[in-house]
Every structure is written in C-alpha cells, then in structure tokens.
Ligand binder design. Structure first.
Ligand SMILES: O=C(O)[C@H](O)[C@@H](O)[C@H](O)[C@H](O)COP(=O)(O)O
Length: 482
C-alpha cells in the first residue's frame, strides 16, 4: 500500500484538483471494472469537490450508470434537512447528473423518521444495504478531516473508534453538531482500495501533522484512515504548516515524515524483534484477552512498556505502588509482579465494569492478595487516601484521564516521599502536545502538566518520546526531590 501527499495552493484549487482526480480515476477504473463504488464525505472541501465534479466537462466521460455513491457518514437529521450530507451532495452534484446516475445507485444513510427513530436503526439499515450490494470494497472513500483529526464521524476518544466486526456505527455526543450521526467504521474504511483525505486551512495543520507522523488513532482518527492499495492526502499549503517541512506544491510523501503505515509497520516490526526480551506468560496474555473480549478500549500499555514499569519498580525497590487507571489490569499485573514479599499495589479505576474485568484477571493471575482495586473517581479516592493518612507510595503509574493530570500530581505530593517515582503515560500523543490550541482536552491536560512541572520545587521530571506498536507517543518520568 502506498501513501502520497499532494499539496495544492489553496482550498479552491484543492477541490478542483480532487474533482479532476476523482473523475479520471473513475474513468480509469471503469476501463477494467464496473460497477465502481465511491463513498462521499460531508464538510466544506468534500462538498466543494462534488460541485467541481458537476462543473467539470470531464464528468461526461464517466459512465455514471456504473457508479454507486455511498456516504462515509451522515448527520442523523430528517430527510431533506439542509445540514444532511446527502442533501448537500444532491445539490452539489447528484441533481446535476439527472438520469445519467440511476436513483438506485445512490445509497444514502437513512434520515431520522418515525420508521428510523435512532441512529442505531439507521446504522443497521446501512449495514444491510451494504450486504445486499455484496459488501463492495469501495474504490474510493473520500474523507474530510476536522481540526481534531476526525474523519467521517469517528471522533477522538469516542467508542466508535474501537467498533470492529461491522461496517457502520451509530454516533452520539458528536463534538461537531449535530450530536447524532451514522458513520462507517474503520473496518469499512480500511476495506477500501483507496482512501483520500482532503484537508485545507491552518486550522487543520496540527491534525495533518499528527496524522502523518503516526499519532494514535484515539487522538487523531485520520491516522487510521488507510486504504488497502493507496492512502492519498490532498491538502493545501496552509494545512501543511505544522509539518515543519516546507511543502512544495504537488509534494509527494517523500518530503514528509515517515508515512504512518510504513513507520508504524517498522515500529511494530522492531517491537516484535525485541519481544524475545519480553516473554508474556499465560496470565499476561489472558489478561489482555479478557480486556479485549470484555470490550475494553485497546489503550493498555504494550508488553515492552509493561516490562519497563516492572523493571523500574524493581529498580527503585518499590514496596508500595499506586496506579491511577486500572483498565483491564494489564499494567497492574506487570507492576504487581515487581513487588517484594509483603509489598502492596493499590490501583484506582472509575469504571466498575473495567474494575470487574481487572479483578477477575488479577485473581486468575494469583496476585489479588496484594492488589487493591478501588472503584470510583480517582481524585476522590486520592483525597480519601490523603485524609486516611495512607503510608507514602514508592512508585506511582498515572494512566487515566489526562485532563486531570495536574490535579493528580498535586494530590500525589501528599501520598509520596522524597525519592518516590511517578510515571505518566501518553504525554506526546503523536505530537499533538505541541498544539497550544488543540481541541482535545487530554492534550491540554498534558500541556498543563508541563506548565506545572516546569521549575517545580518538589518534582524533578523529564519526558521520553516513544514509538512502537502503540504508535508515536511518550511518557513522563518524575522523581520527588529530596
Ligand atoms: O459530516 C461531517 O461533518 C463530515 O463528514 C466530517 O467528517 C467533515 O468531513 C469534517 O468535519 C471536515 O469538515 P470541514 O471540511 O467543513 O472542516
């Protein structure tokens, strides 16, 4: 699979060039395959591209009777609502094509109605339509991208990012109005032969840079939008400004940081090469498996990161360990096994279901007698530990809601001693941490942590950038000063 980045002078030229590219691609594909399946996108550039297709004389070179139009996402609104992607696509292109494009070739996602009262019903209906059409691999999935790096209606930190095994998903609480949407899942997007991401404007620059540098999809969903044959980024100069590389026009991937899938593939292979140093026994594998089958998000540390924590705990001789953010207990198990006889580990988890999965796994692993899983908001539990006069912890691992890191670090000063070590995970976030205006509150939480730790009288700190199977991220290492 190849990845190209093509840079255009501005958004207007970008839309016109994307339209010309789409038209000639359709003609080329139709010369050896029909029908052709294209998934459209909403958004400014996406719709401008459709309007440019309609205005192009080349549009008549396409045999539209052999083209099927789909959508990557839809705003769950009543039929005909001007904010629906379908409404805008019909106005921009489909109406202009008239009878050349058979009505049955246009597969819109269902609108809100009495028969389709929820986005779940609409998502299920679209999955059925895809199946009825033979679950075609899209020839092109066109995706606009938001300033937060969302594509389709897959938004940072949303559970839709982790949905697998089906092509569509209902989305609630979308940070981009309207709140209710229907989206293709990564499964459907990554089944496409080609994925084209279109982005214009300085407000997209950080997300473009994060995506091209291999940010975790949880932070920058566009980083996970990859085609089986080709991933093509069509951007304007303004959207390349955070890349730190003077982007010439029509620049190819060679001028940009190592492409996501190539870099991620290399990082993955190197992690696999060193995995011989990190043998996972059955308990560790079963703990990871239980989290996955329990539907917990795939955001636990990688095996080598788990062992780093294990060795660090042993190196500092930690007898009392605190973990903020248990999830399924994977890092918990690595840390628990580093304890000497009589040592204890306290781990905090806000989600009772996550805690249940973790307790089962830790019990299976035989460490439950020296591990305490405390359920509830970590800040409240930390306050209680302080008021109970809890004995100081020797090592703390912070792997929870990043927006609360500064508060946790303040509370931990009452729960540690000179020489205690604190590790904070996911502090680089694909480089997003550079963006003072990043819309993700987790990025802002990490930035607030850096402000807090700069010249801090009691914490001495550093940050190590990491790459690996979990993408491009990093961890902060703190020591409580003597
Ligand atoms: O339904 C939607 O809103 C789109 O499908 C969405 O994914 C859009 O493409 C991006 O938000 C970019 O939109 P702009 O190009 O307007 O920034």
């Amino acid at each position: 699979m190849t990845r190209d980045v093509v840079v255009h002078p501005d958004a207007r030229v970008l839309a016109a060039a994307a339209a010309a590219r789409l038209l000639t691609h359709l003609v080329d594909v139709q010369s050896h395959r029909s029908p052709v399946h294209v998934a459209l996108t909403g958004g400014t550039v996406g719709i401008a591209t459709l309007a440019a297709v309609a205005a192009s004389p080349v549009r008549d070179a396409v045999d539209w009777s052999g083209v099927h139009l789909w959508w990557g996402d839809e705003r769950f609104l009543p039929d005909g609502d001007p904010d629906r992607n379908e409404t805008q696509a019909r106005a921009a292109l489909i109406d202009a094509l008239g009878d050349a494009l058979p009505a049955q070739n246009v597969h819109a996602m269902a609108a809100r109605s009495e028969e389709v009262p929820t986005p779940e019903v609409a998502a299920e209906a679209y999955a059925t339509t895809l199946a009825e059409q033979g679950s075609p691999a899209f020839d092109v999935v066109l995706l606009g991208m938001g300033p937060d790096g969302h594509v389709a209606s897959l938004f940072p930190g949303h559970e839709a990012l982790t949905v697998t095994g089906r092509p569509t998903v209902a989305v609630h609480d979308s940070p981009k109005p309207p709140p209710e949407r229907v989206s293709l899942t990564y499964d459907a997007i990554r089944g496409a032969r080609e994925v084209w991401v279109v982005a214009a404007g300085t407000e997209k620059a950080q997300a473009v840079a994060s995506a091209l540098r291999g940010a975790p999809v949880d932070t920058t969903p566009a980083a996970g939008a990859l085609g089986t044959e080709r991933t093509l980024w069509l951007v304007d100069v303004a959207a390349t400004q955070a890349l730190g590389t003077p982007a010439a026009l029509s620049t190819t991937a060679a001028a940009f940081p190592a492409p996501v899938q190539e870099a991620a593939g290399l990082w993955q292979r190197v992690d696999e090469y060193f995995s011989a140093l990190v043998p996972e026994d059955l308990a560790l594998v079963e703990t990871r498996h239980a989290a996955a089958t329990g539907g917990l998000p795939d955001i636990a540390v990688a095996p080598n990161q788990g062992k780093l924590l294990h060795l660090l705990a042993q190196a500092v001789g930690a007898r009392r360990i605190l973990e903020i953010g248990t999830l399924g207990g994977y890092s918990t198990l690595w840390l628990a096994r580093a304890l000497p006889s009589g040592g204890t580990l306290t781990t905090l988890e806000i989600d009772p279901e996550h805690a249940r999965v973790a307790v089962d796994s830790l019990t299976q692993a035989g460490v439950d007698d020296h591990v305490d899983v405390l359920v509830g908001p970590a800040a409240d539990t930390l306050d209680r530990l302080v008021s109970d006069g809890t004995e100081p912890f020797d090592l703390v691992f912070v792997d929870a809601d990043k927006q609360s890191i500064p508060r946790y670090l303040e509370q931990l000063l009452e729960l540690t001693r000179p020489g205690s070590v604190v590790v904070v995970d996911n502090v680089v976030r694909g480089g997003a941490v550079l963006d003072a205006d990043h819309p993700d509150e987790r990025v802002q939480g990490v930035r607030a942590m850096v402000d807090l730790l700069t010249d801090h009288p009691r914490y001495d700190a550093t940050v190590l950038q990491t790459v690996g199977a979990k993408g491009y991220d990093g961890l902060a290492l703190l020591r409580v000063r003597d």
